[in-house]
Design a protein around this ligand. Structure first.
Ligand code: SAH
Length: 358
């Protein structure tokens, strides 16, 4: 099927729960209430095989098995880090492509970082996902499938209390706005009360700055959170680090972000990866402050996770803290996120790149 169709109709996890009713009536010739039973079996019962769904008549089970079998992603590698984050390498059943997802526990809830594409076409200098380019988009069913795989992993590891992640961030491999329809469909499934019921404010889409995606999202009336990966306060440096800046430079990106905040009444989080001497100097902080002044936003600083393919280094702790302090003094709400799981190749795309190279 086409990768950019609005609904992944051949994978049950790609169907928005409310659409099951329609699908039952119009395509399967069944009463609408079967739609709710199907959604319950998938997302509360975690069914992985229609044959075992005892709430459905046998004939329907075989019909569903024929039309749209449940196709779980296969867990091919698991790596755990010292800080308790876990990275799963998953295999897509349709073509054997490998994708990554990371589980990051915190005091309040478990955050899952999901991938939106196999590889990435945006080639940010410091990011392992973009090294080999994009192989293909993930379908909505494969994006939801990563969360289902995490649920299965939690159950298998005896996690009684945490059955599912409470936060989703689309910050794994890929650029979500380069696969807009499938990503939004997947997030609707995760958010739906009859889906995985994860609150919209606990779901974050992160973009490298694809302006048409930001504009489109601002018109959807959805409550998902938006993060924009900035990483540099001027075009000269951003061009170097993020080729996307040549298509949508700061004079296009920042006004699009401002328009988003005005239209939605929401704030934007800017991600800024700190790289030693390259973008962590006091004058970079000052430029960042003037760029973001007048914009309802937060800044999230992430010290670089060094990757083999990029010569940049992780900055000194003191420089990170000075950068943070300057932003805070300028009254820009700023946090520092130490990228978890560094010891298990948790930077974007590292595990997949390693599995391909080995
Ligand atoms: N394409 C999207 C989402 C994927 S990357 C985006 O660019 O936002 C998620 C975040 O991790 C981005 O902010 C990205 O720039 C950052 N990132 C990628 N590689 C990194 C590394 N080696 N160290 C620190 N942050 C990194």
């Amino acid at each position: 099927m086409a990768n950019d169709s609005a609904c992944d109709r051949f994978n049950p996890w790609g169907v928005i729960p409310s659409e099951w009713k329609k699908l039952c009536k119009e395509t399967l010739g069944l009463p609408a209430f079967r739609g709710d039973q199907i959604a319950t079996a998938l997302y509360q019962g975690f069914a992985e095989d229609w044959v075992n769904v005892s709430t459905l008549p046998n004939q329907l089970r075989s019909q569903l098995q024929e039309l749209m079998p449940i196709t779980p992603l296969r867990e091919v590698a698991v790596s755990s880090s010292d800080d308790a984050s876990t990275k799963l390498l998953l295999e897509c059943p349709s073509d054997g492509e490998k994708i990554e997802t990371v589980l990051i526990p915190s005091k309040q809830r478990l955050t899952q970082c999901v991938s939106s594409q196999v590889g990435c076409n945006f080639h940010c200098a410091f990011c392992a996902s973009g090294q080999l380019g994009k192989t293909r988009n993930l379908t909505a069913g494969e994006i939801v499938g990563q969360v289902m795989a995490a649920c299965r992993h939690l159950r298998a590891s005896g996690e009684q209390t945490l059955q599912r992640p409470g936060n989703i961030v689309v910050m794994g491999m890929g650029e979500p706005f380069d696969n807009y329809d499938q990503v939004i469909t997947a997030l609707k499934v995760l958010n739906d009360q009859k889906g995985l019921s994860i609150g919209a404010r606990h779901i974050t889409i992160s973009t490298c700055g694809v302006v048409p995606g930001i504009e489109r999202l601002s018109g959807e009336g959805l409550q998902f959170e938006l993060s924009v990966s900035l990483h540099a306060p001027d075009n000269l440096l951003r061009d170097q680090l993020m080729p996307v800046n040549r298509a949508w430079p700061l004079e296009k990106l920042i006004p699009a972000c401002k328009a988003y905040t005005e239209k939605t009444g929401r704030i934007i989080t800017f991600e800024y990866t700190l790289i030693k001497k390259l973008n962590d100097r006091p004058h970079h902080a000052e430029r960042l402050i003037s760029l973001l002044r007048q914009l309802p936003c937060k800044v999230n600083l992430i010290p670089l996770s060094p990757v083999e393919e990029f010569s940049g280094k992780r900055p000194d702790a003191e420089d990170c803290h000075n950068f943070l302090d300057r932003l805070l003094q300028a009254k820009i709400p700023t946090t520092m996120r130490y990228s978890k799981g560094r010891d298990v190749n948790a930077a974007c795309g590292q595990l997949r790149l390693k599995s391909i190279k080995n």
